[in-house]
Design a protein around this ligand. Structure first.
Ligand code: IVH
Length: 687
């Protein structure tokens, strides 16, 4: 930025600077909103805008038609309102081969306990590569629209969605008082090309692919900009509905068509696996001719009764699967191999490549996983390699194509950041830096994880800020983030952090002092504890005090606490060990004490199961049930807050006995445990 005082600017200089500022601000807006990758601190951005406004005040006749000051809500710090979805927006599990699809069908049959030969109607729909959105109609009028977000909470983008012609504003009366329609917002390939040509003419950076262009266009704070972007919408499912629209997915889609929604024309209703796979091949053949991007075919069980019975597991429905198209590949030159140090100290080799387009996305880096992978592929810098990317996963190197003239890569035995020994655990492929909290790379990565989206998610505090604060000694440990208010003056004096941005950041940090137990556990970055495990732990242990009691005690593998962790369905011995090791480490205990002193960690508040007759009950199923498989019975019991175990003990509340129940009945009787027959079990479900 020129430092010339505004009062000294000549008219020509002012015009040129306003031109440059308009472009620069638009560029940073896009990085922030579209690519979620800001390059500058908020304070520096504010300075650009302030300078733009001051020059405009001095030279009112030079205000540009596209001036950043004219853009409604264009302020980068402004945010979309958050919307909690009344019914979560799920994701899909994937199938990569025909065998996976057969297994999907078998799983459904087993779960529903269907007679062999029973026909399961399945709807096959192209998997559109855009971003999902939900449209809420109240009294037949489009009232609220939101992005998927993390599946539970999305962003309110109603005005932007109103600009999309494929979205009807009004529905007929039979839509009921509340109806949520879900589907994919996308940009046609042809529109994407035109838009990018326009971006180039305006000397603005083109979008990487139609998906990014659609996401960037929908997430505009100014709906006038969205209106100029050619977005489209395919409808494919429902959220909340006050009256059921249909008994089947197929019927539902037909109704949507009548109401004016676009339903993908390649959608088919199939009666067998063979038919499903032939639709997959048919859609795959047409893929390149379609004017929109698809990355697979989604199969959904047609019958909604079956769908309800099948339910969900780990945020994906059991009744649907996405059959992905094979990964896209390209060849390029391996320039060099770098080593990255992650938050658990793992040394990950990263391939730096000559940039190449793989299925429309420019790729210049790929993961090499670990040192064995480099050996397996026989890679040396200078080689030509084949890389592939599928969906959102990190690109991978598949094989060496031709040998270059580089020399062999030596995997380091010391951490490239802190110099500590990097050791391989027996039988593990990963080499880890032993520096722990003394390794700057590990500490920074832990801090970045701590504030990441599914953890503390502090608005205005990104990974770049964390690195900057750490490098300058402002933050060393997670608790320092919540003590930043004591360093207010030091922050204000930092380049790019004025009075305003500092106050705003401190306010946002304060807002996060209160945190749910599952987010808190996830934020700790315990090896092998992701979002799902963090939720399981929170759900079963309910409060921080319990967690502090059970988790460190679980280090005793023969003790009751270890057993209590293993009793959590979905948590195995490896994860239990990682949890116990983390919580019994002295440094981590200090970290937990520090955080507990400054945070309000909320007890787990699971779904409202107050009315459930089997909430917290321990149930054992034995024998064959006539109306549902063992898996379904277990899933239904767990949905209602019960815990299902395999063996009967004093703690068992009751046993559900089907046909041929065997010896468990005797054991139950001996222990005085209540025994229910299938009829009684079904009446509990009916309650
Ligand atoms: S159904 C309950 N149908 O894929 C399942 N999703 O990987 C909800 N998608 O977030 C999704 N085309 O953005 C469904 N025909 C289709 C789809 C589709 C694209 C996307 C959607 C979803 C993601 C899940």
């Amino acid at each position: 930025m020129t430092s010339k005082p505004i009062s000294e600017l000549k008219e020509d200089e002012a015009r040129a600077e306003l031109d440059r500022l308009a472009k620069e601000i638009a560029y940073h807006d896009r990085l922030y909103h579209t690519e979620d990758a800001p390059e500058i601190l908020d304070g520096d951005y504010d300075k650009l805008r302030r300078r733009n406004e001051s020059i405009e005040t001095q030279f009112p006749t030079l205000v540009r038609a596209d001036s950043p000051s004219k853009q409604i809500g264009g302020k980068i710090s402004a945010q979309f309102k958050k919307v909690e979805h009344s019914i979560p927006m799920l994701s899909l599990s994937n199938a990569f081969s025909d065998d996976d699809v057969v297994e999907f069908d078998n799983r459904i049959r087993r779960f529903l306990g269907l007679e062999p030969g029973t026909i399961i109607h399945t709807v096959a729909e192209p998997k559109i590569d855009g971003l999902s959105a939900t449209l809420r109609y109240e009294q037949g009028r489009f009232a609220l629209g939101a992005t998927r977000g993390d599946g539970t909470v999305g962003e309110q983008v109603t005005q932007n969605l109103r600009t999309i012609c494929d979205i009807p504003n009004v529905l007929p009366l039979d839509a009921g008082s509340v109806l949520e329609i879900r589907g994919e917002v996308y940009m046609a390939k042809s529109d994407f090309r035109t838009l990018n040509d326009r971006q180039k003419t305006l000397e603005q950076k083109p979008f990487a692919n139609p998906r990014n262009a659609a996401a960037g266009s929908l997430r505009q704070l100014n709906p006038d900009i969205t209106a100029k972007r050619p977005l489209r919408f395919f409808a494919y499912s429902a959220g909340e509905q006050s009256i059921p629209i249909s008994d089947t997915q197929w019927g539902f889609l037909q109704t949507l068509k009548r109401w004016g929604f676009q339903v993908n024309p390649l959608t088919r209703r199939c009666t067998s696996i063979e038919e499903i796979l032939s639709v997959y091949n048919e859609i795959g053949t047409k893929r390149s001719e379609l004017d929109y991007e698809i990355d697979g075919v989604v199969y959904k069980v047609d019958n909604f009764d079956y769908q309800n019975r099948l339910g969900t597991v780990s945020r994906a429905p059991r009744w649907a699967v996405a059959h992905k198209f094979p990964a896209e590949q390209a060849d390029t030159v391996l320039d060099r191999i770098d080593i990255q140090v992650g938050r658990t100290g793992a040394l990950t080799p990263v391939a730096h490549l000559k940039p190449v387009s793989v299925g429309g996305v420019m790729v210049s880096r790929a993961t090499l996983h670990n040192e064995d992978e480099i050996k397996r592929l026989g890679l040396m810098p200078g080689d030509t390699v084949r890389i592939q990317r599928a969906g959102d996963v990190i690109p991978q190197v598949v094989q060496r194509v031709t040998e270059g003239c580089g020399s062999a890569f030596k995997f380091p035995k010391n951490c490239p950041v802190c110099g500590s020994a990097a050791v391989r655990e027996p039988d593990k492929a990963v080499r880890r830096c032993t520096g722990g909290f003394n390794c700057p790379a590990q500490t920074v990565e832990r801090l970045k994880h701590f504030i990441s989206r599914d953890a503390f998610d502090i608005e205005g505090l990104g990974a770049t800020h964390i690195k900057d604060f750490y490098d300058n000694g402002i933050i060393n440990a997670p608790s320092d983030i919540f003590n930043l208010k004591h360093q207010r003056q030091a922050l204000i004096c930092r380049d790019g952090w004025g009075e305003q941005s500092t106050s705003k950041l401190l306010q946002k940090i304060e807002k996060r002092r209160r945190i749910s137990l599952d987010r808190f556990i996830y934020a700790l970055g315990i090896p092998s504890v992701g979002r799902v495990t963090a939720k399981l732990l929170a759900k079963h242990l309910r409060c921080f005090t319990m967690l502090r009691e059970i988790a460190p005690a679980a280090i005793e593998t023969n003790g009751p606490s270890h057993q209590q962790l293993l009793n959590i369905d979905g948590l195995g011995p490896v994860v239990a060990k990682d949890i116990a090791v983390f919580f019994s480490d002295g440094k981590n205990q200090k970290l937990l004490d520090d955080l507990n002193n400054i945070l309000e960690i909320q007890d787990f508040s699971g779904p409202d199961l107050d009315g459930s007759p089997i909430q917290s009950k321990v149930i054992v199923f034995t024998g064959t049930l006539e109306n549902m498989s063992r898996n379904e019975a277990k899933a239904r019991a767990e949905q209602l807050g019960a815990r299902v175990t395999g063996s009967i003990s004093q703690k068992t509340d009751f046993v559900v006995a089907g046909n041929k129940a065997g010896t468990k009945i005797e054991k139950a009787a001996a222990l005085g445990v209540k025994i229910l027959d299938e009829k009684a079990w079904l009446s509990i479900l009916d309650m």
